[in-house]
Design a protein around this ligand. Structure first.
Ligand code: FES
Length: 155
């Protein structure tokens, strides 16, 4: 339980970060070692995190679920001028960077979902339509992989 004194403090302990984000303390330290979040030491040499760490870690988790690597997320976060005082404009810039890529991923996943029952030219020849679209796997001459699905997103 968070005590009243620190409830709205700008700097919070690792326990408070864990309590608010639902992450384990070891996970928080892992993200810190990876350079995604930062702490300072107080006079008792205890780590203190800026309160915005709650939001940063939430975004890290969502971005990971969306398929971004920690390195990609770190690169985006590194573009922020001051992670202890991230403004609405900073968040806007960050989300704008991801918006186009996320839209592309959504489009690709939608195409994949809508064409799951169609031949994708992968060489499996497992469906009736494959014999029409890809007889004897002629598409393999054009290279590996499926030939009728969107390309992987660029990095
Ligand atoms: S689905 Fe694999 S070749 Fe048609």
């Amino acid at each position: 339980m968070t005590n009243n004194h620190s409830q709205f403090a700008i700097w919070v302990s690792v326990g408070e970060v864990a309590e608010r984000t639902g992450l384990s303390i070891s996970a928080i330290h892992f993200y810190e070692r990876k350079g995604l979040i930062h702490s300072i030491r107080n006079e008792s040499n205890h780590r203190r995190y800026p309160r915005v760490t709650f939001r940063i870690l939430s975004i890290v988790r969502v971005a990971q679920n969306a398929g971004y690597t920690l390195e990609q997320i770190k690169a985006e976060l590194s573009s922020l001028p001051d992670r202890a005082a991230i403004t609405k404009q900073d968040w806007g810039r960050l989300s704008a960077h991801w918006r186009d890529d996320l839209n592309q991923k959504i489009e690709q996943l939608t195409l994949l979902r809508d064409n799951m029952t169609e031949c994708i030219g992968c060489g499996c020849l497992s469906m009736e339509k494959c014999a029409l679209v890809n007889p004897d796997d002629i598409l393999s001459r054009q290279g590996p992989g499926p030939h009728f699905v969107p390309q992987e997103p660029s990095e």
